[in-house]
Structures are given as structure tokens and as C-alpha cells.
Design a protein around this ligand. Structure first.
Ligand code: NAP
Length: 347
């Protein structure tokens, strides 16, 4: 049996596409990703990057305030129990994406916790091979697999992953390993500032290490970091080695100057790279046109079409520019409408 619409991914783009296609009576099937150790190590667990962030202050409709009662009345107890405690200040990333999922399921979306490992877009219906060994067929496909955090690529960084090196402060920052210790965040964008601000709640001191002398982060977030007494920004520096041993894990970070100054050795229990993202498109190589940096190419301006008719792309997997939850959700809506119109045209 062929599905009308299959959606691959489980972030804001995927759930919005599901809400729209479900309401259009297309009975979408969402392949939301698998809960595997490999996905955890790669930063590609289900529910996407939004589930790795803290407070979401810029998603319209979720203002500052205590939304706890709303959450309690909206989510299944089993899913509610998996969320971090509500911060009473506004919606958190994990809460927001759970609500999106719930909204999609409410309208009849079916979900499958598997990874898509291969696709065949050369004939219709399209085929998608999942990690459970099953092959699924679909008349139209929306890809919304997002992007994942980058690492610096140092050998020592790899050695200390999960022993003090983490690309997710929100997941790991509260661990005893980091409490009242120094930690290092690398990068100068919104993610780096957000991670540094979050870590400052637990750590003794946060060194924000940036390779230039100016932050890329938005003004409001940069100001917050600069005004936080626990955050010290180290300009014009990059890590060249993560220091430590097998027993203690990370004990420090060696920094090189990008402007010819001497090396600097920091004592720290952790390093959090926050240096940008890579799109999750490995399973699409050779099947769809990708850009030079691996994002899905969308050849038609203001549409979610890909190089294959009937396959659409939404969210960060096709966006290296805006990369916001709200823009991902908007493009999920657009992809759903594109898919709906494509199917109507086929009839
Ligand atoms: P980003 O804006 O691309 O910033 C990446 C940072 O890492 C840059 O400062 C870059 O330095 C640095 N970097 C890259 N490669 C490096 C390397 N090899 N060594 C050292 N430093 C390196 O990425 P992002 O911060 O993840 O943000 C991505 C998008 O998500 C943005 O649109 C951002 O606004 C959004 N976002 C929003 C929020 C929020 O609003 N709450 C939170 C997080 C992210 P250069 O500056 O020198 O290039």
C-alpha cells in the first residue's frame, strides 16, 4: 500500500507539515527518527534541535509566563514526564516541539520511530527504506530532517565526548561534572551565547571562546552574555587541544591565538562547541540535488520543491540562512500545501 504523504523528520517543519496534511485528509505518516545511541552521539535524536534548546522567547504565541497548566492539559502523562521541569517563565524548546507533535497526532498523523536509511526517488510511488528493515511507499514525500551541531574536529575533542565534551549544554550542563567548575563554550553565534548563558547557572565560570573580536550573535543575546558576571569572553582564540585523562575526563583546554599572541591554557571541566550545523542529508546523496554545503537545493523560488517532482523539503535541511523554529514551521506549512497541490494535480 502506498502512503499519500510521508514526512521525514520530527522538528517544527515536520510537525507543521503533518498538521496541515492531516487536516487536508492526507493521513500523513511521519518517520520521526530512532532513539539510538548513534543518533545521540551524532546529535540527531528525534524531536530535533528545538528539543535541545532552553527558553524559546521568540516563537509567536508563546509569551513570557507560566504555561504549566496548559502543558499539563495538553500532553500525555508519559510524554510530559520526559520533559525537563517547566521554568515558569515561558515555553521551553522541548515543550514547544512536544506540543507541535501532539497537535499533529490529534489530527490523525501516524508516527514511526525509525530512521530513513535509503530512498528511491527514481520511480513512483517513491520508496523509503527504514532502519527496521521495512520499505515504505509514498506518492509524495516531505523531507524535514534538519541539521546537527558541528564539532571542531580535534582528536582530543573526540576522545573526551561524553567525558566533558558536549555539543548540548541543555542536555548535559546540569551534570555534577560541570557544577561549580569552569567550562568553555566555543563560538560567537546565538547558540554559543545561549549555551554560555545556560551553563552560567551551574558553572563557576564560563569562558566563551571566539575566533574573532566581535560576536555574530544577535544584539540582545550578545548583551546578555556580556552583562553576565560569570561569563568571560576570550576574543581571537580557538581551541587546539582538549586536555584531560581517562579518569577525570576534561581538565582543561589549550587555546591558540588567531592574532599571534601566546597560547593560553584554561583549567576547565568541560568544553561545549557551538560552532554551527551540518544538514542531515547523508541518506539523500545522489538521490536529490544538494547544495555545495550539503543542504537540499530548492530550485523554485518561494516553493519547497526539490530537484525531484513530488519530493519537497522544509526547515533547516534546506535552509542555511534563517534557521529559526518559526521559519522552519512556516516552510513545513508551505511544503504541506505544495504536496497537497501536487497530489491534486496527479488526480
Ligand atoms: P552560527 O550563527 O553559524 O555561528 C557559528 C559560530 O561559530 C560563529 O561565531 C563562527 O565564527 C563560529 N565557528 C564556526 N566554525 C568554527 C570553528 N571551526 N572554530 C571556531 N569557531 C567557529 O551558528 P549558531 O550560533 O548555531 O546559530 C545558527 C542559527 O540559529 C542562527 O540563525 C541563530 O540566530 C539561530 N539561533 C537562535 C537562537 C535564539 O534565538 N534563541 C538560539 C540559537 C541559535 P564566525 O562568527 O567567525 O563565523
Amino acid at each position: 500500500m502506498s502512503e499519500k504523504v510521508m514526512i521525514v523528520g520530527s522538528g517544527p517543519a515536520a510537525w507543521t507539515a503533518a498538521i496541515y496534511t492531516a487536516r487536508a485528509q492526507l493521513q500523513p505518516l511521519v518517520i520521526e527518527g530512532a532513539m539510538t545511541a548513534e543518533n545521540q552521539a551524532n546529535g540527531t535524536l528525534p524531536m530535533g534541535q528545538l528539543s535541545l534548546t532552553t527558553e524559546v522567547e521568540n516563537y509567536p504565541g508563546f509569551p513570557f509566563g507560566d504555561l504549566e497548566a496548559y502543558l499539563a492539559g495538553s500532553l500525555d502523562q508519559s510524554r510530559l514526564a520526559m520533559l525537563p521541569p517547566h521554568n515558569k517563565e515561558g515555553i521551553s524548546g522541548p515543550e514547544l516541539v512536544e506540543l507541535m507533535r501532539q497537535q499533529a497526532v490529534h489530527f490523525g498523523t501516524r508516527t514511526l520511530m525509525q530512521d530513513v536509511v535509503d530512498v528511491d526517488f527514481s520511480q513512483r510511488p517513491f520508496s523509503l527504506a527504514a532502519s527496521d528493515g521495512q520499505t515504505y511507499q509514498a506518492e509524495t514525500v516531505i523531507i524535514a530532517t534538519g541539521a546537527r551541531a558541528n564539532y571542531l574536529g580535534l582528536e582530543s575533542e573526540n576522545r573526551f565526548k561524553n567525558k566533558g565534551v558536549s555539543a548540548c549544554a541543555v542536555c548535559d550542563g546540569a551534570l555534577p561534572r560541570f557544577r561549580d567548575k569552569n567550562v568553555v563554550v566555543v563560538g560567537g553565534g546565538d547558540s554559543a551565547v545561549e549555551e554560555a548563558t545556560y551553563l552560567a547557572k551551574f558553572a563557576r565560570k564560563v569562558f566563551l571562546v571566539h575566533r574573532r573580536n566581535e560576536l555574530r550573535a544577535s544584539k540582545i543575546m550578545a548583551k546578555r552574555a556580556m552583562e553576565n558576571e560569570k561569563i568571560e569572553i576570550l576574543w581571537n582564540r580557538v581551541p587546539i587541544e582538549v586536555l584531560g585523562d581517562d579518569q577525570a575526563g576534561v581538565t582543561g583546554v589549550l587555546l591558540q591565538s588567531t592574532v599571534g599572541e601566546t597560547e593560553l591554557r584554561l583549567e576547565a571541566a568541560g568544553m561545549f562547541p557551538a560552532i554551527g550545523h551540518t544538514p542531515n542529508t547523508a541518506f539523500l546523496k545522489g538521490k536529490l540535488e544538494l547544495t555545495a554545503t550539503g543542504y537540499i537545493a530548492r530550485p523554485v523560488p518561494f516553493r519547497c520543491n526539490t530537484s525531484v517532482e513530488g519530493v519537497f523539503a522544509a526547515g533547516d535541511v534546506a535552509d542555511d540562512y534563517y534557521r529559526q523554529a518559526v521559519t522552519a514551521a512556516a516552510s513545513g506549512c508551505m511544503a504541506a500545501l505544495d504536496a497537497e497541490r501536487y497530489l491534486a494535480g496527479q488526480e
